[in-house]
Design a protein around this ligand. Structure first.
Ligand SMILES: O=C(O)C(=O)C[C@]1(C(=O)O)C=C[C@@H](O)C=C1
Length: 387
C-alpha cells in the first residue's frame, strides 16, 4: 500500500471503518489519532507550521469514481468500490470552443442556463430539458456529453434541489461557469410598465428581483424557467403580464424590454456546474476547486475537526452547505436525564480551493476519511475567474 499509488481522488465511498483501505496514505493514520487527546493544541501548532506530509510529491496514479454511489446505498458503511484508473480516453477530444459538444440544460432557448452552456462551450449544441433531473439522465444515457446546472446565486443563495441531485446521480463536476445575470422585465409589444399586474418567472429570478417586484406591487407567478415565462407571455398574448427574463429571451420570443437590470444587486452572479460522465485529470498550473460531500457521526466538535483538516493545510474553503439526509433525516439519541432527543442528520457539501493533484488535498481528504462515515469527491475543476 503505497501513498503515491493510492490517492483518494475519485473515491465514491470511504467508510471510516476501513482504515486499511487502499485509498489511504499510511502517513495519515498516526496523525488523525492525535485528535482525541489534544485537538486544540495540535490545531494551534499546525496552524502556523506547515505539515510535513504536505511537502510536494508526485500526485501518483489517479482514479475515476465509476460506481460512485447513490443516496440509497451510501449509508452502507462496509461497502468499498475499487477505483478504475483514468486513461487518455477520459480527456476531451473536442476542441476548446466545444464545437462537437452537446450540452443539456434545464429550460428552453433564452434561459440563463443556456447562456452558461454557451459561455463554457461557445460553439456547443445546447439541448433543452424540462427538468433538472432530465439533464442528469441525458448525460447518463449518453444522449449528450455534458449538463450545465445552476448551483448558487450571489443574491438568492443555493439551489438546494441541485445539491440533492448531485448526490443521487453518478456524474462528475468537470467545470464551473460564473455568469453575470441581468434580468429584464419583458412585456408584449406596445404594453406599458403600468399595465403589468402579474410577473411570470423562475422562482430564483423572482428572488433576485425582490425589491423591484415589491415596488411594482405585482403578483408573482412561477414558471419553469425565465425563458419559458417569456414564451408563455408571448404565445398566450397576456397584456397584463410581464416576464422576468434575459434580453436574449426578449429577442427570441418577440417581446419588448420594459426595464433592464431589475435585479436587487447590480453584480448578480449565478454559478453553474458542468457535469460529465468522466472526471477530468486535474492539474496544478491554475486555480482549481474541489467539491466533496460527507457525513459525520454525532459527537462534540466533529464538524469543527472535519473543517480543520483543510485549515491545518492552509486550504481555503469557498462554500459549505448542509442538507438533510433523506433516508436518515432524524437521529434519536438517548439522553439519560431527559429521555430521548431527536436531531436532524446532515450531509455536508464543501468546496475547497485546491487541486486534487495537490498533495495537501490528498492528505486533507485522507484525514477527513478518518472522521467521516461517508465521503465522496464530486469533482475537481478549474475555477472560472471571469464574469
Ligand atoms: O430560468 C432560467 O433562465 C435558468 O437558467 C435558471 C436560473 C436558476 O435556476 O438559478 C439560472 C440563472 C438565474 O439565477 C435564474 C434562473
Amino acid at each position: 500500500m503505497a501513498l503515491k499509488a493510492a490517492p483518494i481522488w475519485g473515491c465514491a465511498i470511504i467508510p471510516n471503518s476501513h482504515v486499511s483501505s487502499p485509498y489511504l496514505g499510511s502517513r495519515l493514520f498516526g496523525f488523525a489519532s492525535k485528535w482525541d487527546c489534544c485537538c486544540v493544541s495540535v490545531l494551534a501548532q499546525r496552524a502556523i507550521t506547515p505539515l510535513e506530509e504536505d511537502q510536494p510529491h508526485s500526485p501518483g496514479i489517479e482514479f475515476d469514481s465509476a460506481g460512485a454511489d447513490s443516496e440509497t446505498t451510501m449509508l452502507h458503511k462496509d461497502m468499498i468500490q475499487l477505483p478504475k484508473p483514468l486513461s487518455a480516453i477520459h480527456l476531451s477530444s473536442s476542441p476548446d470552443d466545444g464545437s462537437k459538444v452537446r450540452v443539456a440544460y434545464q429550460g428552453i432557448p433564452g434561459a440563463f442556463s443556456e447562456s452558461a452552456a454557451l459561455k463554457a462551450y461557445p460553439k456547443c449544441e445546447t439541448v433543452p430539458c424540462e427538468r433538472f433531473e432530465e439533464t442528469f439522465k441525458a448525460v447518463e444515457q449518453c444522449l449528450v456529453d455534458k449538463a450545465v446546472l445552476p448551483i448558487e446565486n450571489s443574491v438568492a443563495g443555493s439551489i438546494h434541489r441541485n445539491y440533492d441531485l448531485l448526490l443521487r446521480h453518478r456524474l462528475h463536476i468537470v467545470g464551473e461557469v460564473q455568469l453575470a445575470v441581468n434580468h429584464c422585465l419583458l412585456g408584449l409589444p406596445g404594453v406599458q410598465m403600468e399595465d403589468i399586474k402579474r410577473v411570470l418567472s423562475h422562482p430564483q429570478a423572482h428572488a433576485q428581483c425582490e425589491t423591484t417586484l415589491n415596488n411594482l406591487g405585482v403578483v408573482r407567478v412561477s414558471a419553469d424557467d425565465t425563458a419559458g415565462a417569456a414564451q408563455i407571455v408571448a404565445s398566450v398574448g397576456l397584456k397584463d403580464t410581464g416576464a422576468v427574463a434575459s434580453s436574449r429571451a426578449a429577442e427570441i420570443y418577440g417581446l419588448d424590454i420594459l426595464a433592464e437590470n431589475i435585479q436587487d444587486d447590480e453584480d448578480n452572479v449565478t454559478r453553474f456546474l458542468i457535469l460529465s460522465r468522466e472526471p477530468i485529470i486535474p492539474g496544478t498550473g491554475r486555480l482549481y476547486r474541489t467539491s466533496i460531500v460527507f457525513t459525520l457521526e454525532d459527537g462534540p466538535g466533529l464538524l469543527f475537526k472535519a473543517l480543520a483538516v483543510f485549515a491545518l493545510r492552509g486550504i481555503s474553503l469557498t462554500k459549505i452547505e448542509s442538507r438533510p439526509q433523506r433516508k436518515r433525516s432524524l437521529r434519536v439519541v438517548d439522553d439519560s436525564n431527559r429521555g430521548s432527543a431527536k436531531y436532524f442528520d446532515y450531509l455536508f457539501y464543501i468546496d475547497f480551493q485546491a487541486s486534487m493533484a495537490d498533495p495537501r488535498s490528498q492528505n486533507a481528504l485522507g484525514h477527513l476519511q478518518e472522521l467521516a462515515t461517508f465521503l465522496r469527491v464530486l469533482g475537481c475543476y478549474p475555477i472560472d475567474l471571469f464574469f
